[in-house]
Design a protein around this ligand. Structure first.
Ligand code: MN
Length: 751
């Protein structure tokens, strides 16, 4: 893409006259340009105009014109692109929801869902404001804008809106110039470029430059017009010579003089530290040839006329740019040794080069009924047309384009307007970890767009997300089910691992202390103190790196506490710490209930976390007699004392058992399974569920089984209860419930 505009202005009237001229702003002026639409379509547009006019009644633009002149000007730009009637209606009403209290429902009712969707899409974009201080965020912001628009027409109307606002920026207070101009330059101009709307791209750049740097703009503008006068003769001579040589070859081409835009001259001076007079490629020519092959013939003709500059030849016809741009570029040494750039392309390529995506409508309008894809030389647009023909749906059409434009991502805001890009399907948890692992680790819930939301909430483009954290909060293994990003998943896993290790270390420490107390030693001595040598011998014996590792191994069941404890007691006795016989008898004969591995009693209150698990076979609840089995490296598994699985383990692996008991006041409910036999019938399940709700038991799982339906069915409910008493109350209530034949706690299942 060459940032040049035509000298021979082919600019349509709407672009030449700003909308503050009453004539251009009038709706009649718009109507005159709608000759490509049918009478019913024009009628709908008229209705949309009346609706918008009424909605904006009394509102004024900054220059005093009625507000409606702005939507009309936006619609006029859309008409230049030959957008369809729905788009023009949406353009006319694009500010109606935001500014006039019109609702989307009202628009659906009066103008149909497609138009209402367009207006709604524009309203959503309107609410986004780019903070230009976040320079590196521009790319994300652009992508978010594009991703939010479900329909390419929304983007086109938005560009038309922005173009008109930039053209009338002079009416705005100066204090707003910088913010709006840099937003245009960093966000909207690149979007126009990306979609191939190069005419709009250049215009937005030049207007932004003008309002960002008024003085520089003024100086350059004067320099350019002086140079234009100086070069007049040269330009005329080249134009004349080129015209002659093409006529000589019998080729009907259009030759257009071109001039670099002020902004691109400025950028070149800035980037290469040049003075204005050192920028030599301000003027150039564009040659529009009838057929593709003529571009190459024309190239040969030009290269015979003037000598080409080596290394300046580019063939974007054979290899188009990503935005569909096609052209042959070559730089020639003209009369007086001046370098002049030439571009050669066909008319179809020219339409795409100037209007990009909009060319799709331009072509549909100019060649109704004809096989447009045949006439369009560009593959890019042709593929767009194929999609359009296959789908007949602007939304799907845009989805296809979007795939090329950006990866599958959602863009969301922090409360401070920083933009984060996350994979599609990402949830609040991913967001929290993307901010900082401390935020993720302590996340409790979130406010998404001001509304209380769960951590599992999926995020959408443009959401403003604020994570609520709690000091005591910790990651939960369940988060792994909905965390999408690798970062969040690995952080959660890491935290759970350290958490488990921490708990295991504490448990191991406690167990080791219990066993040495059984040997008559009241306290574990410091490993760096007086009995350092005993500790060192013990660690050599076990091969552990340090005390921490050793007790963690005890806590996870990798080592047997009683063995280590006895060994340690012996070593301590050797180093002078004699056992206390009184303590021995107290520990051994008054506190122990039975003679399973005497490792002391571990009290459970449900707050243990991942290092203690409650066996899924018997699902013990407070009040049940329980035993603890220390698996090899898996932490402590709690079984009911009468659980067959537990008994089997006890028989085989006695020394891995330790005594456990319930705390007086467990901190949470525990799950257990009930089997309820029901008469089949309507509403039975609901009655059972409400009976349980009445007793404050939460159903966490229902298993209907897959037996053939008979008169009665057994259903397994997993419920969370406080303790055995609570369970008894639940069962009593169930037995009183009509249609319930039997209700009892499930027997342990073999695992
Ligand atoms: Mn607007």
């Amino acid at each position: 893409m060459s940032p040049m505009a035509d000298i021979h202005s082919e600019t349509p009237a709407a672009q030449a006259h700003p909308a503050d001229s009453a004539a251009a702003a009038s709706f009649a002026g718009l109507l005159a340009r709608l000759d490509y639409l049918g009478p019913t379509e024009i009628d709908s547009i008229r209705q949309a105009y009346r609706f918008a006019d009424e909605a904006h009644l009394g509102q004024k633009r900054k220059n005093g014109d009625p507000y409606i002149t702005h939507p009309i000007a936006v619609a006029a730009q859309c008409a230049e692109w030959k957008l369809d009637a729905q788009a023009l209606m949406a353009a006319l009403m694009h500010d109606a929801i935001e500014d006039c209290g019109v609702t989307k429902e009202e628009l659906v009712e009066r103008f149909g869902a497609p138009v209402a969707e367009l207006v709604d899409g524009l309203t959503k974009l309107e609410k986004l404001e780019f903070d230009s201080r976040e320079q590196n965020q521009a790319e994300s912001f652009r992508k978010m804008l594009l991703a939010m628009a479900k329909d390419v027409r929304v983007i086109l109307i938005k560009l038309a809106d922005r173009t008109h606002n930039m053209r009338t920026m002079g009416d705005m207070p100066r204090s707003k110039w910088k913010r709006i101009s840099s937003e245009t330059l960093e966000i909207y101009a690149p979007i126009a470029h990306r979609l191939g709307l190069n005419f709009t791209y250049r215009e937005l750049q030049d207007l932004s430059f003008r309002f960002l740097h008024p003085w520089r703009y003024e100086v350059l503008s004067r320099a350019l017009s002086k140079s234009r006068n100086r070069r007049k003769d040269l330009i005329a001579r080249v134009q004349d010579e080129v015209e002659r040589v093409f006529i000589g070859h019998g080729m009907a081409v259009r030759i257009l003089g071109r001039e670099k835009t002020l902004y691109s001259v400025y950028r070149k001076m800035d980037a290469k530290h040049l003075s204005f007079s050192e920028v030599t490629d301000i003027y150039g020519f564009r040659i529009i040839a009838p057929e593709l092959i003529d571009c190459y013939t024309g190239l040969g003709i030009l290269h015979q006329l003037y000598k080409p500059v080596p290394g300046k030849f580019r063939d974007y016809v054979a290899i188009p740019k990503v935005n569909g741009y096609q052209s042959i570029h070559t730089t020639l040494i003209g009369p007086f040794g001046t370098n002049i750039e030439f571009q050669l392309r066909t008319h179809a390529m020219d339409v795409v080069a100037e209007s990009g995506v909009a060319a799709h409508w331009l072509y549909k309008a100019s060649e109704p009924g004809s096989d447009t894809s045949q006439r369009l030389g560009t593959q890019w647009l042709q593929s767009l047309l194929d999609i359009q023909q296959e789908t007949h749906d602007a939304t799907e059409f845009w989805d296809h384009i979007k795939i090329d434009l950006f990866p599958d991502a959602v863009y969301v805001f922090t409360p401070k307007s920083k933009i984060l890009s996350l994979p599609r399907g990402a949830t609040v948890v991913d967001f929290a970890y993307a901010i900082h692992s401390n935020v993720g680790d302590r996340a409790v819930s979130a406010r998404v767009n001001g509304e209380e939301s769960a951590l599992r909430t999926e995020l959408n483009n443009g959401d403003v997300v604020e994570v609520v954290t709690g000091d005591a909060a910790e990651p939960n293994p369940a988060w792994l089910a909905f965390a999408k990003t690798g970062r969040a998943r690995s952080k959660i896993r890491h935290h759970l691992k350290t958490l488990a290790q921490d708990e295991s270390r504490q448990l191991g420490e406690r167990m080791l202390l219990q066993t040495v107390r059984h040997e008559g030693i009241a306290q574990l001595p410091d490993e760096h103190g007086e009995h350092k040598a005993a500790w060192e011998k013990l660690l050599r014996f076990t091969g552990s790196r340090n005390r921490e590792e050793l007790v963690t191994d005890i806590g996870t069941g990798k080592r047997i506490a009683s063995m280590i404890g006895k060994k340690l007691a012996v070593l301590l006795a050797d180093s002078g710490l004699k056992p206390d016989p009184l303590l021995i008898s107290h520990e051994r004969y008054t506190s122990g209930h039975n003679d399973t591995a005497s490792q002391g009693v571990v009290t459970l209150d449900g707050s243990e976390g991942v290092s203690v698990q409650y066996a899924p076979c018997c699902k013990p609840i407070p009040g049940d007699r329980i035993v603890g089995y220390l698996g090899r490296g898996e932490g402590l598994m709690v079984h009911a004392e009468d659980c067959p699985t537990g008994k089997r383990l006890l028989h085989r692996d006695r020394e891995r058992f330790l005594e456990v008991e319930w705390a007086d006041e467990p901190v949470r409910a525990f799950e257990t399974t009930l089997v309820v036999s029901l008469h089949n019938g309507k509403g039975v399940l609901a009655r059972v569920a409400s009976a349980m709700a009445a007793t404050e038991a939460d159903i966490t799982h229902v298993d209907m089984g897959d037996e053939p339906a008979q008169n009665a069915t057994d259903i397994r409910f997993t419920v969370a209860v406080r303790d055995r008493q609570h369970l008894a109350a639940v069962l009593r209530r169930l037995k009183r419930t009509p249609s319930v034949l039997k209700a009892q706690r499930a027997k342990s299942t073999r695992t």
